[in-house]
Design a protein around this ligand. Sequence first.
Ligand code: GLN
Length: 398
Amino acid sequence: MNSLETPSFPSRLPKVGTTIFTVMSALAAEHKAINLGQGFPDFPCDRKLIAEVNEAMLADRNQYPPMIGIAELRNGICQKIQNLYGHHYDVDTEITITAGGTQGILTAILACVSPGDEVIIIEPAYDSYRPSIELAGGKTIAISLQVIRDERGQVASYEIPWDQLAKAIHSKTRLIIINTPHNPTGMIWSKNDLDCLANLVRNTSALILSDEVYEHMVYDEVQHYSVASHPELAARSFLISSFGKTYHVTGWKVGYVAAPTALTKEFRKVHQFNVFTVNTPMQYGIATYLADAIHYLSLPAFYQAKRDFFRAGLGKTKFKLLPTPGTYFQCVDYSALGIPQAKFNEADFCKWLTTEIGVAAIPVSAFYEQATESGVIRFCFAKQDQTLTSALQRLEKI
Ligand code: GLN
């Protein structure tokens, strides 16, 4: 080997490439397509929130905050969870500020999964879960949401595969990852679903990681049921949420993890050597903004209007709409479009849609490890009406 050559080494994540979200956003930019792929808003956040962060910076709140996050923000989160879900997390020992949801997820997994431990995920699953489990040396046990089809064979909805889940849980199960409201399908867990999960894990040592980053995006007066609303589950759960999603600032990367003291203690051991702390002025700005509950209580109505607007427009296309009780994602079945491309696999269909029609979407197959094709793609409707209108005009032409 010549001395200027970089030594080779075995990849820790040999099967991982660049995330589908980055790939589709790059393709959308390259082809000047309307980007309904990666989940992020294309509208500005509230100027008040920016002013609060600005003020914190100008007040010289620019040095390291406490490792666990500033007290003002942890207090606000504690209040919010108490008010919405009726569970009290201790401000000092049970709430930690993270650099977004994804860092919270990786850190929680590294904190509790030892080599050989099994972690159950339910596919389609967010793409960071599996690599995070792999980095911890855990073994991913993937089960799939049951796909319910209509009389024409098109996808109608998804259901939790309780029998499979029950069979998958045993003494080696360290963690079960759930996600409600669910990315990419938009489905939400009911109170009864939480009860069923509690029945399955009772008398086991399985922990739960509940990814609830879309907690404030639930529609039609339906309620979000957090693991925090279920005392038995709360006692064994890491609850993950994200201010990026709630306040339209995905680039700020600020979220939190709420978990019982014993879990938080281990979580923080990893967190302190992972990111150590999360940027100070954003924490102060968000803490002040969070004090006014209207900023998150207004979210369901705000996004429901976008969902309804987008669905009404899609109703004029040949796509089949799946239900969207939560999240800012709308899934559609394209298998009956009546064009040759309707036979494409989901990834190829999304590429075609981006390059030829000018609208980027995400293939749901990207949320499965083993190729699983159901002819369903995901659009993000966290966009200005004008963006959605332009996208709909293009989609109507198909
Ligand atoms: N959560 C976002 C989505 O599902 C993307 C986040 C990311 O790009 N890593 O689209």
